[in-house]
Design a protein around this ligand. Structure first.
Ligand SMILES: NC(=O)c1ccc[n+]([C@@H]2O[C@H](COP(=O)([O-])OP(=O)(O)OC[C@H]3O[C@@H](n4cnc5c(N)ncnc54)[C@H](OP(=O)(O)O)[C@@H]3O)[C@@H](O)[C@H]2O)c1
Length: 349
């Protein structure tokens, strides 16, 4: 069986994190074309779960050791089943895996962070996670009420979870530059990572530079942005998979455009967590450690950064601590982002 050999970066707490992980967010109605005649439904695509189970199992078999999940993703029971089976079968040891989960908006009171992490551990059937992240800086109840809880209070809950050994490392996600500065100035334990959207169209240079100068590692979600057909929209910028500049660089190294993209992020010192339910792509995404982009290629790729966001949740933009710039438009928070069940049968609370 083909294998991947994924190196690690050092976190500020001394632990190692594999530079490439397997992302487990199945997304929302991704399989169905949306557009002006068919608006995005915001229904969670539960139908992809069996395929993801197989792909994740394969990923571990070929050498992936880092898995990115979250309470929101409904996948914790599945991740737990697969991981525990791989451990029982002797494919991998628990200590060789790096499992991340996240605390959702509903659990931002200091004491609720531990409740959320213990619930995640129960669903995962694990004693600890390697990393737990504050999924977003806003605090919103299940009913959609803005609870206006300061993320500094929430962070104290994360420090407690760390102290109790429920997570080996703690971090944040979707924090902007100002929020990172404020958190770092007011915490006992600094976050080990900030997980944010980064891809060729959204380089986030200032945020990444600030984080790296303060020893906070950046993890890139949606590393392909709108480059892949399932995500591309009429207004989304270049490059697409057939972009001539990208294709030429990929050809030079005998790689694909997506591999060049992941390699670029790695050479910027950024961890990526691409999601795929396709076996061949699991292998492809992990096979980026045998070539090196030169400086002029790195500069060429950097020019695709036009500050374009793939993920723009406008339904949260009037909530306190929303981290992105606001755009015109209004929308209610979709039900599927407020209330859900977990697992393949969506029957575990
Ligand atoms: N912290 C946060 O707020 C946050 C937000 C979003 C995502 N995330 C995390 O980041 C992970 C990745 O982000 P994402 O799922 O939004 O986007 P992504 O990984 O950039 O893109 C996923 C899409 O790319 C396709 N794909 C994957 N590898 C490919 C390849 N080699 N060639 C062509 N197409 C390929 C997948 O198709 P197939 O599956 O059909 O192969 C899927 O349609 C998530 O799963 C989740 O773990 C975190």
């Amino acid at each position: 069986m083909a294998r991947v050999n994924i190196p690690t970066f050092k976190l500020n707490d001394g632990r190692d994190i594999p530079v490439l992980g397997y992302g487990t967010w199945l997304g929302m109605d991704e399989d169905e074309a949306s557009g002006p005649s068919k608006p995005f439904s915001f229904e969670f695509s539960a139908a992809g779960m069996p395929k993801m189970n197989e792909a994740l199992s394969y990923a571990i078999d070929i050498g992936y050791r880092h898995i990115d999940t979250a309470h929101l993703y409904r996948m914790e029971p599945e991740v737990g089943k697969i991981v525990n089976k791989k451990i029982q079968d002797g494919v991998v040891k628990r200590e060789d895996l790096f499992i991340t989960t996240k605390v959702w908006h509903h659990y931002h009171r200091e004491a609720d962070v531990e409740v959320s992490v213990r619930d995640s551990l129960r669903r995962l059937n694990l004693d600890y996670v390697d990393l737990v992240l504050m999924h977003w800086p806003m605090s919103i109840s299940q009913e959609g009420v803005d609870e206006k809880i300061d993320y500094l209070e929430t962070w104290r809950g994360f420090e407690i979870v760390l102290q109790k050994g429920l997570a080996k490392s703690i971090g944040v996600s979707n924090f902007n530059l100002e929020q990172m500065k404020r958190l770092l100035a007011n915490c006992k334990v600094p976050p080990a990572v900030n997980q944010v959207e980064i891809n060729l169209n959204l380089g986030q240079k200032d945020l990444v530079d600030y984080c790296s100068s303060h020893k906070v590692l950046t993890v890139a979600y949606s590393p392909f942005g709108t480059m892949v057909p399932s995500r591309s929209a009429p207004n989304s910028p270049e490059p697409k998979l057939n972009n001539p500049t990208m294709v030429a660089i990929a050809k030079k190294y005998g790689k694909t455009v997506t591999q060049v993209t992941l390699r670029y992020l790695y050479q910027r010192g950024i961890v990526s967590i691409p999601k795929t339910v396709t076996h061949s792509r699991v292998l492809e995404n992990g096979s980026i450690f045998d070539f090196n982009l030169d400086n002029s290629e790195m500069d060429t790729l950097a020019k695709f950064d036009v500050g374009f966001r793939t993920l723009r949740p406008i339904f949260w933009q009037d909530y306190e601590n929303y981290p992105f710039d606001k755009v015109p438009g209004k929308m209610e928070i979709p039900e599927s982002l407020r209330k859900w069940k977990n697992g393949i049968n969506l029957d575990i609370e």
